[in-house]
Design a protein around this ligand. Structure first.
Ligand SMILES: [Fe+2]
Ligand SMILES: [Fe+2]
Length: 235
């Protein structure tokens, strides 16, 4: 299956104009489109409506997770409903199987990488924060456990490894993802992870277990030579 992926559209009709033509050709290059979060800027239903208008025209199956920006206005449940009504497979700790490829998706969370992972110690606020990261990890675990396909693709918004956030200021690395997510990916031996959120990160990385990780944030794809509006993976 040829899978096109992009994240961080932060949709507005003006910003989409820059990639509209390229996106119009996605159907020639791929069998399915993955949107890895931050579909909107402020998570407003009207933003989602115009994003869906553009995406539905592409006429190919779409699998998506939400990003932190899509939570900004507190309307995430409504946004998911709107997407589902337009046929988008919204993954939130859930899986979706199509033509022998399983997609496991969740937003993920922040908290840092490797030895820098924040642990649940001390103030209740810290514990609540860490629990949110653990909850997202467990959602990914649940999604991957559901899949019975020979191939699996993990869709996240936050990064599971530090390699693909490199390029961002090191001070903000802990806010860009969590390696707790990568542990689950390795345990289930997924074939590919795509994520976004790190707009100025690096395109490619790997988990400790060797699973390829791709950062498909639109601004990163646009900064490549030649600029792209999506990446295509053969799975
Ligand atoms: Fe973003
Ligand atoms: Fe984000």
């Amino acid at each position: 299956m040829r899978i096109a992926a992009v994240a961080d559209l932060h949709f507005s009709p003006q910003s989409y104009d820059r990639i509209r033509e390229t996106m119009g050709r996605v159907r020639d290059e791929a069998d399915l489109l993955v949107l890895a979060g931050d579909l909107t800027n402020y998570g407003r239903p009207e933003e989602m409506e115009s994003m869906l208008n553009a995406i539905v025209r592409l006429r190919l199956p779409v699998v998506a997770v939400l990003g932190n920006h899509d939570y900004e206005s507190g309307h995430q449940a409504e946004l998911m409903k709107m997407m589902t009504a337009e046929g988008v497979k919204v993954l939130d700790g859930t899986g979706y199987e199509r033509d022998g490829v399983g997609f496991a998706g969740t937003k993920g969370f922040l908290g840092g990488f490797g030895r820098g992972v924040l642990t649940a110690f001390g103030e209740p606020e810290v514990k609540a924060f860490v629990q949110a990261a653990i909850d997202e990890t467990m959602k990914l675990e649940r999604a991957l456990s559901q899949l019975r396909t020979p191939k699996t693709v993990v869709v996240l918004h936050y990064a599971p490894v530090p390699e693909t956030v490199r390029g961002e200021p090191p001070e903000i690395f802990p806010y860009l993802g969590s390696s707790r997510l990568a542990e689950v990916v390795d345990r289930h031996k997924a074939d590919l992870v795509v994520h976004g959120h790190a707009h100025h990160g690096a395109p490619d990385g790997k988990t400790v277990g060797g699973v390829p990780v791709a950062n498909v944030a639109l601004s990163l794809l646009q900064s490549q030579n030649p600029p792209r509006a999506f990446r295509v993976f053969d799975v």
